[in-house]
Design a protein around this ligand. Structure first.
Ligand SMILES: [Zn+2]
Length: 105
């Protein structure tokens, strides 16, 4: 009868290998999140739960949500970063174009 004791096989990993895998996973998650923010820039407002309105202090009347201004949606945090990066890229391309035009004259 074969023995039922578990044999621990050590997977040959080095600390450098683990760090590279961790960095790759973090990069994939970050790029995935930024891609998601590019595709779906808006999310449901957390304060009014997407209704766009909230109760007044007395609790009897409704008013537009103060966070989403009645829209019921908020921009994702990553979308602010995407917009910033796109604006920075656009400004850089524009400045480069102006610089090259000045060089032609
Ligand atoms: Zn809201």
């Amino acid at each position: 009868m074969p023995s039922l004791t578990a044999t621990a096989t050590s997977i040959n990993t080095t600390p450098v290998h683990d760090a590279v895998v961790l960095i790759l996973i973090l990069a994939a998650v970050t790029l995935g999140y930024l891609g998601w923010c590019y595709v779906a820039p808006f999310a449901r407002c957390g304060r009014c739960d997407g209704n766009g309105k909230e109760r007044t202090r007395t609790g009897r009347a409704w008013r537009p949500c103060s966070r989403c201004h009645g829209g019921g949606a908020r921009m994702r945090l990553g979308r602010y970063l995407v917009n910033y990066l796109r604006a920075a890229h656009r400004d850089a391309v524009r400045a480069d174009r102006i610089r090259s035009k000045r060089g032609q004259r």
